[in-house]
Write a new protein. Structure first.
Length: 380
């Protein structure tokens, strides 16, 4: 078992004692026992928290100024969801979904600098330790030819709780030397998280400017090695359209394909008031030929609509691998033409991303089961 291997490795390196090992294995076996269920709606596990400890290193230019984040680094709780011990296959599929949702693998359109950080894992206390060390060759955002950079830290998909470094004044090569502790994170839970580091330029009089960002799926990191990274920052995506939660189900006995549109979040604003009037248009397609169209009602003035709409299509089993669903989230306009907010293509062969293709394949391999998944909307 991977859990036991991690624990024994910690024992060999004197990272955890025998008593801690016994407790760790007991908790792990309890998770593997299907008869042990946590109460509905409860977390059922240790509280997962995140704290930040400033490092002792000095800034290379200017003084450090504390910044008060929305969810500050001191004593803030991160969301903790405890479930059954995930299999390796589940973690890999989860990682594919997260990588596809958050990461743009294209080459950076411009150089916006690099960031240096390291990771470590405390096996005894189930704590991820992140050290943000420095930045290099950041672009100038101020008229003086410098920037006032700081880093915002998130463990996706837990977006509600963000930590931030101090601001470093008037520098393009900041040295932060700050340490953040993410407590109550069992090693298997970290495998389904993506580390997001987003560098901003502080602006006293207006909105802070985004400099660049970096995503690192923790399933790709060997935390026992205490790795250190230099990562190139990517310019912030200007085409983030939001996300759509939907489910797929196929019944071979009656040839019914069911798409349920549950809700969307963080949709792109299309109206002057900073909102949109979203609805969803769905086309069933065979190859490039559109066969059948469905639409949801319009939801006024919201970027987080709850649709709860169910659409059923008659698709013979022999055609299920050849068809696709083109799902378009639109903004309704009383005067002009309705605008596209974002779309996804659900298909077994040519989906709009790995997440969409896997969702369709899971539906086929698990007939009569409802497969629910979040998808990142694409602009085109």
């Amino acid at each position: 078992m991977e859990i036991a291997a991690s624990a024994l490795d910690g024992l060999k390196n004197n990272r955890i004692g025998k008593l801690a090992l016994s407790r760790f294995l007991s908790q792990s076996l309890a998770q593997l026992d299907p008869s042990s269920k946590s109460p509905a709606g409860g977390s059922g596990g240790p509280t997962a928290g995140a704290t930040a400890a400033p490092g002792s290193g000095a800034s290379n230019a200017g003084s450090a100024e504390p910044r008060t984040p929305t969810a500050g680094p001191q004593n803030k709780q991160l969301q903790n969801v405890k479930g059954e011990h995930p299999s390796k296959a589940f973690l890999q599929s989860r990682s594919i979904s997260l990588v596809d949702m958050y990461i743009d693998n294209s080459e950076p359109s411009e150089n916006v600098g690099q960031i240096h950080f390291s990771l470590e894992y405390d096996f005894q206390n189930s704590t991820l330790i992140l050290r943000i060390i420095q930045g290099k060759d950041l672009p100038a955002k101020d008229l003086s030819g410098t920037s006032d950079p700081y880093v915002r830290v998130t463990l996706l998909p837990d977006k509600k709780h963000r930590l931030e470094t101090k601001i470093k004044r008037r520098t393009l090569n900041p040295r932060w030397n700050e340490t953040f502790y993410f407590e109550g994170f069992p090693i298997q839970k970290l495998q389904s998280r993506v580390l997001h580091l987003h560098v901003f330029d502080y602006d006293r009089f207006s909105r802070d400017d985004s400099i660049g960002e970096m995503f690192l799926p923790l399933c790709q990191v060997d935390l026992s090695e205490k790795p250190s990274f230099w990562k190139a920052l990517k310019p912030p995506a200007k085409d983030k359209c939001g996300e759509l939660l939907c489910s797929l189900c196929y019944h071979p006995s009656n040839s019914i394909l069911t798409l349920t549109l549950l809700k969307a979040r963080n949709l792109k604003a299309k109206d002057i008031n900073g909102k949109s009037d979203p609805y969803v248009k769905v086309w069933l397609q065979f190859g490039d030929k559109r066969i059948e169209k469905r639409k949801t009602p319009i939801f006024k003035c919201t970027l987080n609509p709850v649709f709860n709409e169910v659409f059923s299509f008659n698709v013979p089993w022999e055609k299920i691998r050849e068809c696709s669903l083109d799902v378009m989230v639109m903004d309704f306009d009383n005067i002009g033409r309705n605008e596209l907010i974002g779309r996804i293509q659900l298909a077994g062969k040519n989906g709009s991303g790995a997440s969409e293709t896997k969702h369709w394949q899971d539906m086929i391999t698990k007939p009569r089961q409802t497969i629910v998944q979040w998808h990142r909307l694409k602009p085109e």
